[in-house]
Design a protein around this ligand. Structure first.
Ligand code: AMP
Ligand code: GLY
Length: 408
């Protein structure tokens, strides 16, 4: 098969690595990709926002399957555009991608499907929102309705914080105010074909920039898989499958990767949010454990053929540690030289995935916020953690930093 993968992060490097290993792969293109992906695929200099150019490229290069990594092109309708051109695309249509693109849409679907989720209210008027929270007590969760790159959620511990979040978000569009759930968080991944869902793994990510979950929110500083002690079967039955049925009944069947953020409350798993794609760095740890061939699974999802499909995982655990450029997430510094990547990759059980890197002559330099993900695998979580941190230690990059408590 001829495949076009879209994106440039560590998630896409991990996907390219898994896809390139498929015996069905004839030729892999990645747009725009990154230096780590270059040995696995042909890089195509088209940005993920240029959907028209991606469709033309797919047509001219006889692409059989398009795989969008990030949410932005999905929400913008890349699947609709590819399908209109007769090209299979493994991801939801723009209508179905509202499961990530609109928090209010997701809440409405969850309620209709009978899925447990925090009580909520949507507002377009700041006065009404302030009035609403004046009758409750903190903590109060305030969310921007639309995509906000991880910056659209405030779990306010005081009324002042909640009021401030309302005033900051409202000028940009509708907001959702929610009851605050308490518990441990788990991410559950499912591959969906519109009617059927196949379990694709669990992960736990670490969103704050600093050790001990301190400092500002980031895209994710590390992840582990599987989540110990979590049985995914009830959540597949009570959350994923009812949502698929509800989406199908509204004529917007969900195909692609459904990533459910769950809170394990005293009353069981409750839905926090959906994403319509793999997480980053969650994908890196999931791919490290996936034993089945990813390519036919993604194709089966597009073609509505996932019934009786089964994905197998290695018994190992995986731990992924993100190395970020100094200053991330606010103002990451670019251009510093990164050495030792071969040594890191040679650590037993370790893998190196690139994200924000670039070539400068023969050297690899930092060119983004999250720059590398070092994944360690091992027969238990502790061995995986040690392999990941041994790989981190092998990277020579004084201008980079990482959390030291991923997987502890
Ligand atoms: P994001 O992935 O940017 O939407 O961030 C959402 C994060 O905010 C989640 O991972 C939770 O930690 C937190 N969060 C969102 N909604 C709630 C809620 N209703 N109760 C408690 N925490 C929440
Ligand atoms: N790591 C969180 C995300 O990809 O949304």
């Amino acid at each position: 098969m001829r495949v076009l993968l879209i994106g440039s992060g560590g998630r896409e490097h991990a996907l390219a690595w898994a896809l390139a290993a498929s015996p069905l792969m004839e030729k892999l293109f990645v747009a725009p990709g990154n230096p780590g992906i270059a040995p696995l695929a042909e890089l195509v200099p088209i940005g993920m926002e240029d959907i028209a150019a991606l469709v033309t490229f797919a047509q001219e290069n006889a692409i059989d399957l398009v795989i969008p990594g990030p949410e932005a092109p999905l929400v913008a309708g890349i699947t609709d555009a590819m399908e209109a051109a007769g090209i299979e695309c493994c991801g939801p249509t723009a209508a179905a991608a509202q499961l990530e693109g609109s928090k209010a849409f997701t809440k409405d679907i969850a309620e209709a499907a009978g899925v447990p989720t925090a009580r909520w209210e949507r507002f377009i008027d700041a006065g009404e929102a302030h009035d609403f929270i004046s009758r409750r007590s903190p903590p109060i969760v305030v969310k921007a309705d639309g995509l906000a790159s991880g910056k659209g959620v405030v779990v306010a511990q005081t009324m002042a914080e909640a009021d401030d979040a309302i005033d900051r978000f409202i000028p940009h569009g509708p907001i959702v105010i929610e009851e605050c759930l308490v518990g441990e968080e788990v991410s559950l991944f499912a591959l969906c074909d519109g009617a059927n869902a196949v379990f694709l793994g669990t992960a736990r990510d670490h969103k704050r920039v600093g050790d001990g979950d301190t400092g500002p929110n980031t895209g994710g500083m590390g992840a582990i898989s599987p989540v110990p002690g979590f049985d995914p079967a009830p959540a597949m039955d009570r959350i994923i499958r009812p949502v698929l049925a509800e989406m199908a009944s509204r004529d917007m069947p969900f195909r692609g990767i459904l990533y459910a953020g769950l809170m394990l409350t005293e009353d069981g798993a409750s839905l926090i949010e959906f994403n319509v794609r793999f997480g980053d760095p969650e994908c890196q740890v999931l791919m490290a454990r996936l034993q089945s061939d990813l390519l036919p699974a993604l194709l089966a999802a597009c073609q509505g053929e996932l019934d009786n499909f089964d994905l197998r995982f290695r018994p190992e655990a995986a731990c992924g540690v993100v190395m970020a450029a100094r200053g991330y997430p606010n103002a990451p510094e670019s251009g510093s030289v990164i050495a030792g990547l071969d040594h890191a990759a040679a650590v037993p059980g370790a893998m190196v995935f690139h994200a924000g890197t670039a070539w400068r002559g023969e050297q690899v330099v930092a060119s983004g916020g999250r720059v590398l993900t070092l994944v360690g695998t091992g027969l238990d979580a502790e061995t995986a953690r040690q392999a990941a941190y041994a790989a981190v230690a092998a990277v020579q990059w004084p201008e980079g930093f990482n959390r030291s408590d991923i997987g502890l």
